[in-house]
Design a protein around this ligand. Structure first.
Ligand code: P53
Length: 478
């Protein structure tokens, strides 16, 4: 073990997942079809295809997940043994409002999360819930055009209010939209659907649609914060962003300027959530692009008066960017990125950068002055199940140890308030970007392959015992 720094006594060590990646039971208990349910499995380097309807022979990993819908009582026992103090999952919107536009919720869906939350609490684990994690009702995409439609605000708020009223007595930490800023890659159809339900749109309008959909989400998020605080002022409502630091590719001031704009572009969602208003550079940039977003006076007031209580973020990798020479500094993720010669990559090409955790924590704290919460961090890897059912994942331990140490320096040396650390994903689940089971993140191995074949049995990896010790030593023993 390596010497770490002792974290504050109330620090929440835990793990994080999302409903559509592990629950399975996609059509059980009155659940409707979500956007995840029409995504076929892809592979490393092969995109997931989205189908118009659920095809009878399609390989849809969300339909089975790891069968957590039925196995959660046993899995929580393992989490208790691991020592988890908190567990993040999402509520599948389609269990509560199967199509998204119903007036009344589905009681069977509500009961399922009642039981799940109670089971978590019975195991001494604090629930942390995401309201929308890549799993909106597909009906809202096909009938309403997704988040480009302002009506989505009402549908989402109805869903959010229903579950916050129901579970707010037991659940303190909430976040509205998972990785809301992934849509910075609006050139890619995948985040457009996953984040905003944008499908079948005019590709020339993609950038504008993304900003429009995002505005509706930001207003919805502020409304949820408002309602939640009316229900109970102690509830903690957070934004959730994918934090990938973007560094300058060199010390050339043009690259530094470009990297600054890349950060402003990727994290303006954080600005609106935490500071309550849009930055000037973005309003000017929209004018320059001819992008018109209908931001009403009422929207502005809502955003200003209902900022978030904390900023949650995922952290997997960092990027570097070069100047393009464009005076407007337009940032295009798909073009001006390069490899960082100081960093190695995972088997899926994600650059491993532990130092960036501390850098990002400082950047966000300086900018937003909100408590932070690491709600995802981890390394997707090919694990090998040995004949004796052991899994020797020393690469995962190395990745997490380095990232945790960097986080601990951010807290203990730099004094940044951090609520907790919830690595992805505690137990192996379906990968969001590829739909594979083979891209594993857990401390607990699940014996299932990409086609859903296998015993489904759970086995502890070497990292299980390691993380157990990290938690019991409160971060001192890494
Ligand atoms: P997978 C892209 C880049 C970074 C994180 O990802 C991302 C994505 C979108 O897929 O997503 C988050 O499973 C997301 C989780 C996801 C996790 O990272 O593609 O919030 O749902 O599983 C890891 O390896």
């Amino acid at each position: 073990m390596v010497q770490g720094l002792r974290m504050p006594e109330d620090f929440l060590w835990g793990a994080a997942v999302a409903a559509h990646q592990l629950e399975g039971a996609w059509d059980v208990g009155g659940k409707g079809i979500s956007i995840a349910d029409v995504m076929l499995a892809g592979a490393n380097g092969k995109r997931r295809v989205v189908t118009d309807t659920v095809l009878p022979d399609g390989n849809y990993p969300s339909h089975r997940g790891i069968d957590f819908y039925h196995s959660y009582p046993r899995d929580f026992k393992l989490f208790k043994e691991l020592g988890l103090k908190a567990f993040r999952t999402s509520i599948a919107w389609t269990r509560i409002f199967p199509n998204g536009d119903e007036a009344e919720p589905n009681e069977e869906g509500l009961l399922f999360y009642d039981k799940m939350i109670d089971e978590m609490l019975a195991n001494g684990i604090e629930p942390v819930l995401t309201l929308s994690h890549f799993e909106m009702p597909y009906h809202l995409v096909t009938e309403y055009g997704g988040w480009r439609n302002r009506k989505l605000i009402d549908f989402f708020v109805r869903f959010a209010e229903t579950v916050i009223r129901r579970y707010g007595d037991r659940v303190k930490y909430w976040m509205t939209f998972n990785e809301i800023n992934n849509q910075t890659s609006w050139m890619d159809t995948h985040p457009m659907l996953q984040n905003s339900g944008l499908k079948d749109y005019d590709r020339d309008k993609a950038q504008e649609l993304m900003y429009l959909a995002s505005h509706h989400e930001l207003v919805a998020s502020a409304l949820v914060a408002k309602i939640a605080h009316e229900i109970n002022p102690d509830l903690m409502i957070g934004a959730m962003i994918a934090m990938n630091p973007v560094y300058p590719a060199s010390s050339n001031p043009e690259d530094i300027l470009m990297a600054q704009r890349a950060m402003q572009t990727r994290y303006y969602w954080g600005d609106v959530h935490a500071l309550g208003e849009y930055p000037n550079w973005l309003l000017n940039f929209w004018d320059h692009k001819g992008i018109k977003i209908d931001i009403t006076e009422e929207d502005k007031k809502l955003l200003r008066e209902n900022t978030v209580d904390y900023v949650a973020f995922s952290y997997y990798m960092s990027w570097t960017v070069k100047s393009t020479g464009d005076e407007w500094l337009e940032y295009d993720e798909s073009q001006n990125h390069g490899d960082n010669p100081f960093l190695k990559k995972t088997d899926w090409g994600w650059q491993i950068d532990p130092v960036g955790v501390r850098w990002a924590m400082n950047w966000m704290w300086d900018r937003w002055h909100k408590p932070l919460f690491i709600v995802e961090n981890g390394m997707g890897a090919y694990d090998v199940l040995e004949d004796d059912h052991t899994i020797h994942d020393e690469y995962r331990i190395a990745y997490l140890r380095d990232h945790i140490l960097s986080m601990e320096r951010g807290v203990v040396l730099d004094g940044i308030p951090l609520i907790g650390y919830l690595p992805w994903s505690g137990i192996d689940i379906v990968s969001a970007s590829t739909g594979e089971m083979a891209k594993r993140y857990g401390f607990i191995y699940v014996d299932l392959d990409d086609m859903g074949k296998g015993s489904g049995k759970r086995y502890k990896k070497d990292s299980f015992e390691w993380y157990q010790q990290v938690i019991s030593s409160n971060g001192e023993s890494l």
